[in-house]
Design a protein around this ligand. Structure first.
Ligand SMILES: Cc1cc2nc3c(=O)[nH]c(=O)nc-3n(C[C@H](O)[C@H](O)[C@H](O)COP(=O)(O)OP(=O)(O)OC[C@H]3O[C@@H](n4cnc5c(N)ncnc54)[C@H](O)[C@@H]3O)c2cc1C
Length: 389
């Protein structure tokens, strides 16, 4: 088949890109290895920056987000004996919205279906070809075992951290940081014990109390990389969360509940550049991974496609290449800012065996919590910089 833009991957980046391109009158086809049900049920991110929320509204995707999203003015920072609230709205004039990636993916899936978007689910052996020419194409094998081919003017790799698109860019520069710890994450059918997220430093390790709705909590524990999840019973998880999050501190209590999902998520920082080679563009996790501590992964994917969609519209519709030529450099400015912020939050909050590091972390936390300048720096990055930063 033939289209203007062939998109590899129907995660948030691929689906939103096809939506924005459609609005600009540009046709696309998406290929995706998983089923639609799998993509929409995948539990991942849940914090939307203000600029992401604004973009979704402008794109006509704000209805359920408005009724079911939960606006948060800020976060709590916690360490033994102390809890401080940072009010992002007071500090920088904007906050964040709790809305699960699952819900955003469902909204995008419905909107794409209503527009008649062609999405080929459950394909295998996806490969991108001839991206250095003006006639790139994508090949794949459909669920019926039939070989398929999409000829396009542009190919966009939105295929996440394990997809094939990134490897089609010859001799890229890459940077990577792996961490000695992972996150053990749970979803629990219990009302959150807090109105806004609690980021907790504790000598036993970091903990985070997040949420997905008024009845579903999402909580995380720092565990060593390579941790076997079967060693963590639900009781052990709740006990560790209670200790690290400060159960009993100033009368605050953590209410446990039935665990419906648990998994261990390794932490990694990764950037590949450039994000464009010939007629191949990368967006989202295909080009960069951040540890989730700064809640940036999903927002970065959205910011990439918010830049890329108008750039491709100008290139393909108006034959104007300037925005497309600038895409990689422009996107990478924000990518590196978020890469630094995610690393900074991660290294401030996750403990190592080094007692000197622990004192530095506590000193930094006290400074962020007590200095207007320190708090505003965290707030500005967490609530998100403008798309075109
Ligand atoms: C387990 C996990 C937990 C996370 N938790 C958080 C969190 O708590 N907070 C946060 O901010 N971020 C989190 N993230 C990061 C965030 O979810 C991602 O940054 C976001 O999903 C990026 O969107 P994307 O569309 O670029 O990539 P993805 O969501 O990864 O989508 C890529 C799509 O491409 C498809 N694909 C892959 N290979 C192929 C192929 N060969 N052919 C066709 N399709 C292909 C995949 O199936 C997938 O649907 C998490 C990530 C993971 C993996």
């Amino acid at each position: 088949m033939r289209t203007q833009v062939a998109i590899v991957g129907a995660g948030p980046a691929g689906l939103l890109l096809s939506h924005l391109l459609d609005e600009a009158g540009i046709e696309s086809v998406i290929v995706e290895t998983r089923s639609r049900e799998y993509v929409e049920a995948r539990i991942r991110a849940g914090i939307l920056e203000q600029s992401t929320v604004d973009l979704l509204h402008t794109a006509g995707l704000g209805e359920r987000l408005d009724s079911e999203g939960d606006f948060h003015r800020g976060i709590y920072l916690n360490w033994p004996g102390e809890r401080h609230h940072l009010d992002f709205v007071d500090l920088v004039g904007r906050g964040v919205t709790v809305y699960g990636q699952t819900e955003l993916t469902k909204d995008l899936g419905r909107a794409r279906q209503a527009s008649g978007q062609r999405i080929l689910y459950e394909v295998t052996d996806t490969a991108v070809h001839d991206v250095a020419t003006e006639q790139p194409f994508v090949t794949f094998v459909g669920p019926d075992g039939q070989a398929g081919r999409i000829d396009a003017e542009v190919v966009v790799g939105c295929d996440g951290s394990f997809g094939p698109s990134r490897a089609a860019i010859p001799d890229p520069a890459t940077w990577e940081r792996t961490y000695a710890y992972s996150w053990l994450g749970i979803l629990a059918d219990v009302a959150p014990s807090t109105d806004e997220l609690i980021y907790a430093w504790h000598p036993d390790g970091f903990a985070l109390h997040s949420m997905r709705s008024a009845t579903v909590s999402r909580l995380y524990l720092q565990v060593p990389t390579g941790t076997d999840i079967t060693e963590w019973s639900d009781d052990r998880i709740w006990d560790a969360l209670a200790t690290r999050l400060g159960h009993g501190q100033d009368g605050w209590t953590l209410t446990p509940g039935p665990v419906t999902e648990k998994s261990v998520l390794p932490m990694r920082s990764f950037v590949q550049q450039p994000m464009r080679y010939g007629r191949l563009f990368l967006a989202g996790d295909a080009a960069h991974i951040v540890p989730p501590t700064g809640a940036k992964g999903l927002n970065l994917a959205v910011a990439d496609v918010a830049l890329l969609a108008p750039a491709l519209a100008a290139l393909l519709r108006d034959k104007e290449p300037a925005l497309a030529d600038a895409y990689s450099e422009t996107a990478l400015r924000r990518v590196w800012r978020c890469t630094h912020f995610s690393w900074w939050m991660t290294t401030m909050l996750h403990t190592s065996d080094d007692p000197f590091d622990a004192q530095l972390q506590l000193s930094q936390l006290r400074w962020v919590a007590s200095s207007g300048a320190g708090a505003a720096g965290l707030a500005e990055n967490y609530a998100g910089l403008p798309i075109g930063y």
